[in-house]
Design a protein around this ligand. Sequence first.
Ligand SMILES: Cc1cc2nc3c(=O)[nH]c(=O)nc-3n(C[C@H](O)[C@H](O)[C@H](O)COP(=O)(O)O)c2cc1C
Length: 323
Amino acid sequence: MRTPLTDMLGIEHPVMLAGMGGVSYSALVAAVSEAGGFGCLGASTMPHDQMVEEMRAVRRITDRPFGVDLLTAMPGDMTPRVQALIDEGASVFVAGLGVPTEVVRMCHENGVLVVSMCGKVSHAIRAVDAGCDLVVAQGTEAGGHTGQVATLPLVPQMVDAVGTRVPVVAAGGIFDGRGLAAALCLGAVGVWVGTRFIATPEARAVPGYKERLIATGEDGTVVTRAYTGKTLRAVRNSYTDQFERHPENLQPFPAQVLQATSDGAFHLGGDESTPDIDIERECYPAGQGTGAIKDLIPAGDLVRRFVEEAESALARVRGAIRL
Ligand SMILES: Cc1cc2nc3c(=O)[nH]c(=O)nc-3n(C[C@H](O)[C@H](O)[C@H](O)COP(=O)(O)O)c2cc1C
């Protein structure tokens, strides 16, 4: 399935793996890229050396394009991190939580594209004015840090605002090929998918996470500040309920991350061997599409399934409409 996104990134299918902190590590990234999608490392939770090692691990498995996602809002110097992704052969830098103005030029001088995660039209305009090459319109349905505008109204409004200058990719609540088809109809050039890829054998996850996604319905998530101090959609539990009742106990970002960590409720970045996970309090970021997850599916199969389902959804629509 060819779109301006596949041409721009040098990939086969317009399906991007979201750079999810704590989840999108080398095994998952390489599986998506190898299947013809675009794998993106979620490096926001990785120390610098681990990020470098993970990029090398991707390269050991595949020579196909991949990207790296970092949170612009995290305190610390972004420049050496971006230099490292350039040095290790990533072709895309994705900036979550803010426009990475200070590194756009550096990326472009080294042939790296810059992508900005945007929850509002005004964010996208700022990102494009700063030189970003592509924007992801992420609706509130999304897992992880998220805004207030839903994907359906957000994507076409962002396409109208910046679509003549840069391509727009749709995100938030997209879990199968029907979502990909819908995104293309809204004017997007592809999809950026998070939650559905957590329920794969290749995804990194702390104990209980994948099982919890399978067990959670479409109304089982909540947007909470309990884990980071910023609005983040995760599986609702007793820890999120506690802060819903007492928001006065919340601290600003990133102090609340330390609070949740010392409360034993935040282990993102850990893996299956992480001890002492209380599944009633743990941070399991997830989008509203989690209700559709019934089982684990290998990531490469998921990429192919997205495209096959989108093609048949579009064919069905064509067959159903008589013009
Ligand atoms: C576990 C998890 C971690 C995430 N971490 C990041 C991150 O570090 N940087 C970022 O830009 N987005 C992050 N996100 C948001 C995703 O990039 C993506 O926009 C979102 O998952 C899309 O919605 P969906 O989950 O409904 O597919 C995260 C999402 C999840 C579920």
